[in-house]
Design a protein around this ligand. Sequence first.
Ligand SMILES: [Fe+2]
Length: 307
Amino acid sequence: MTHASSRIKALRSVSLQVPDLTLALKFFHDVWNLYSVSQIDGKVFLAGSGNDAFLISLCERPGPAKVVDVTLRAHDLKNLDEIKASLPENNGKLLKDTHPVNEPGLGQAITVCDADGRIFKIIHGDQPRAFDPALESNEKLKDIPIRLAHTVLNSDKVDDSQKFMENVFDFCLSDRTKIMAFMRCNDDHHSIAFGDTDNNALNHIAFLMPDLESVMRGGGRLKDNGYPIAWGPGRHGPGNNAFNYFVGPFDLVVEYTSEVQQIDDSYKARYPKDWQWPAGRTDHWGISAPPSDDLKRAQKLIGFINQ
Ligand SMILES: [Fe+2]
């Protein structure tokens, strides 16, 4: 076991602003199968079956959905100071200095952004979610997302975005394809990836499911609820993870994934020439059609609140 990042332990959660909280909650709880729900100050927090205090937070504002922040968990409180110190020379900005967090799990955090307005909250000392014995015996457990697997962010300057993650958060590159830079902070092949595009929006949020079966059953459950699979089922190249993608409410793109490749510091990054599919293929299996036009459209729409 190695920690690829000396500063960041894991991707924790994503906070979203949505125009219809009731619809968002209905989707994430009843359909997407996030588990516990709590509310503080008008914000709603949804957890998975793992011990992160929550995976998604929702607040209601009129207008298009936006990303409020992507939250990363630091190893130590001193990492927050190291991150702050590294911002100026990496064109980053401190949006909020160290403060106590009034959200499930509590802890202390700073909020920062990169030169393109991607907002990251860096948290330390958040408490794990209390063990829920009801979950242990719950048949539904097999279909509940465990934790976030990764978040993909668009970038019109992927090399710069990669450098920011390396210099500020001590992430490292796992693989670089023609269209994406996959970056890791722990044993997961990637926790953040940057997609080469003409904007800096959210591309998608991926949730780790217990196994391949639950990714597949999730495909049926979403379809039954009016959200057909927009890409999948398939198995990615970089990360070797199984996937199903969906366009949720407000054009929010979400992915069920499982079996994410676990790697350590002996892993050798590969580059676009190494990652090429045969004609007509977009994944290992070749079952699914390529990503739908609707998916590609939605993957460019949701910006950060300050963009
Ligand atoms: Fe993904």
